[in-house]
Structure formats: structure tokens, C-alpha cells
Write a protein of this length. Structure first.
Length: 68
């Protein structure tokens, strides 16, 4: 389950690639709105997964019994 910590960074990388693509192609006749939307969705997914991973980790640590 440790791989889930790394997959959220793939969304961050895809977001930056889509932002780069939209900036490079902004002056073309059809505006790259799809790249802008996908970048926003990728950044949203990154922060969403980070937030819930932190919640699940906090819940796991809270339910762990103390052996002291």
C-alpha cells in the first residue's frame, strides 16, 4: 500500500505537463481549454488524495494502542 504515497505525485507531474502544454499552445486558433481543465483536475486530485491520505494516517495512529 506504500505505492499509493507515490502515485499522487504522478497527478502533480501530469498537472504541470498540462499547464506547460496550455501555455505553449495558447496562441493557437483553438484554445487549449482541455489542457487547462485536465491540469485543474490533476491538481485537485493531488490535493484530494494528499488530504485523505493524511486523514487515514491520523486515524491509523489514533487507533494504535499504546504499549507503554
Amino acid at each position: 500500500m506504500n505505492y499509493l504515497n507515490f502515485t499522487k505525485y504522478i497527478y502533480l507531474a501530469v498537472g504541470f505537463v498540462m499547464v506547460y502544454d496550455s501555455i505553449v499552445n495558447w496562441n493557437n486558433d483553438p484554445k487549449p481549454w482541455l489542457s487547462v481543465i485536465l491540469a485543474g483536475l490533476a491538481f485537485f486530485t493531488f490535493f484530494f488524495r494528499s488530504r485523505f491520505a493524511k486523514k487515514f494516517q491520523d486515524r491509523k495512529n489514533q487507533n494504535k494502542p499504546n504499549n507503554t
